[in-house]
Write a protein that binds this ligand. Structure first.
Ligand code: DIG
Ligand code: MN
Ligand code: MN
Length: 392
């Protein structure tokens, strides 16, 4: 009996891809498509052929072209539903395309034109219904066009207020229609706008608390987007997890200082990828793991399938390395040594009182002694690297 490959994905991993990811036709700002356009049902079949994929996500217009007639839309939905049934794939997440059509050239929810803002809300309500029709439970908002190319064109204060107005309206629509969606806001610092509003996940973590229904809204951090902003993705996701707001996550990869490459997960920054997988594993993240990425423009569809397989396989390989890290006696010994708790201080600092403030003020801390404490971080990082490099 052939030994089971321990890195074979299953639906239990909740790996998902967007129709637009494996369906990416290779077009870029400097070149025409290198792959034929596949219809949604064929993309679902392709993911079924890859094996181990849990679900497929879509923007409204990935599924139903913006100018489709009602009968064309019904046919597309019938074919898509049949392909989902045949492959067993789910639709965990849906979202709205508020960035492709020229009407959104100056933003959607933050357009300077009230009619465009209203149309964007209307389009999103319809897209929410479409997502729920296929079982989506999470609804992502990525404001690709919400921003400026010149600060002269938009008041950043007003932009936040317009965005909040749209989100409050749509939260109420979600409640009113009992759609049961959880909203996940996705940040990106730039591209396609020179400066996108809410550039990083942290911007949204602050914004959510100002909404009428903050409980309904979380974040969808994307690896490449935070890297584009020069941030440490595992730390970004840690903040979202701690806030109870990690509703979804977009996995891919990125080289520093470049356009949004949406590279295959783990193909560049595998140290950050390792610590991200460690965080999601240690904190038992149970949401979808969405590969919002695409194959190189040079790939044909056979290679696109390899891209999808490689994305999931790398995640599973890193999971096995996290298990090694968490069981490694030398590493765990060092971790126990470097973190020093103090019960007396915890009682003092953990809960303010005049008494505790007085006691703290009266304390004598020996700075020199504290500064002299050994912190074997080189040793620890080397051991971590040896796990990642596969020699431990
Ligand atoms: C880009 O990273 C954005 C769009 O692809 C989509 O709106 C969102 C969902 O993953 N990510
Ligand atoms: Mn991206
Ligand atoms: Mn994304």
């Amino acid at each position: 009996m052939a030994k089971k490959d321990p890195f074979t994905p299953t639906a239990a991993d909740k790996f998902t891809f967007g129709l637009w990811t494996v369906g990416n036709t290779g077009r870029d700002p400097f070149g025409e498509p290198t792959r034929s356009k596949l219809d949604p049902a064929r993309i679902v079949e392709l993911l079924g052929e890859v094996g181990g994929v849990y679900g497929v996500n879509f923007h409204d217009n990935d599924l139903i072209p913006i100018d489709a007639t009602p009968s064309e839309a019904e046919q597309i939905k019938r074919d898509f539903r049949k392909a989902l049934r045949r492959t067993g794939l789910k639709v965990p997440m849906a979202t709205t395309n508020l960035f492709s059509d020229p009407v959104f050239k100056d933003g959607a929810f933050t357009s300077n034109d009230a009619q465009v803002r209203a149309y964007a809300i209307q389009k999103t309500m319809r897209a929410m219904e479409l997502g729920v029709e296929f079982g989506a439970k999470i609804y992502v908002f990525w404001g690709g066009r919400e921003g400026t190319d010149s600060n002269a064109t938009k008041d950043p204060v007003q932009a936040v207020r317009w965005f909040r107005e749209a989100m409050n309206f749509l939260c109420k629509y979600n409640l009113d229609r009992k759609l049961g969606l959880k909203f996940a806001l996705e940040a990106k610092p730039n591209e396609p706008r020179g400066h996108i509003f809410a550039p990083v996940t942290g911007s949204y973590l602050g914004f959510i608390s100002t909404l009428d229904h903050p409980e309904m809204v979380g974040v969808n951090p994307e690896f490449a987007h935070e890297q584009m902003a020069g941030l440490n993705f595992p730390q970004v996701v840690g903040e979202a997890l701690e806030a109870g707001k990690l509703f979804h996550v977009d996995l891919n990869d990125q080289e520093p200082g470049r356009f949004d490459q949406d590279l295959r997960f783990g193909s560049q920054s595998y140290k950050h990828a390792f610590f991200l997988v460690k965080l999601l594993t240690d904190y038992k993240y149970s949401g979808p793991k969405h590969f919002d990425s695409h194959a190189y423009r040079t790939a044909d569809y056979a290679d696109v399938k390899e891209f999808a397989r490689g994305s999931m396989r790398t995640y599973k390989i890193l999971e096995s390395k996290v298990a090694k890290f968490n069981k490694d006696r030398a590493i765990q010994g060092l971790l126990r040594k470097i973190v020093r708790e103090d019960r007396k201080l915890a009682g003092l600092v953990g809960k303010y009182s005049r008494k505790s403030a007085g006691a703290l003020l009266a304390m004598d801390f020996s700075r020199r002694k504290l500064a002299a404490r050994p912190l074997p971080y080189e040793e620890l990082d080397q051991l971590a690297m040896e796990v990642i490099l596969g020699v431990r």
